[in-house]
Write a protein of this length. Sequence first.
Length: 115
Amino acid sequence: MMPKNKGMKPLVSPMQIIQLVEDEYGVKVTKHTRKKEIILPRHQCIYLLRKYARLSLKSIVEYFPITDHTTVINSLKKNRDMMETDIEYYTRLKKLDDELETYIEHKNNFLSTHK
């Protein structure tokens, strides 16, 4: 489980992360469904929201058709398990992670040269 991110400035906006995942998978991760082709990208999206948007568990709930933060906890656990056991899942998540890292790096470089 990742540490609490209370008071930390987001590195990327939640909507940018959601859009990135939806574009990668060609699905709407905020759709109310339990189909595997939506749920697995949603797990990745939740993980990325926690890491890069630095959202609390309760804040993440607001973006998805889920009832409470325990569902977010379960999603993060499922994501961790999938990363350890499914190479395709891990590879796609790594690609998204790398894209976000590159975006943040370029954004920071741009800001530092325009002060």
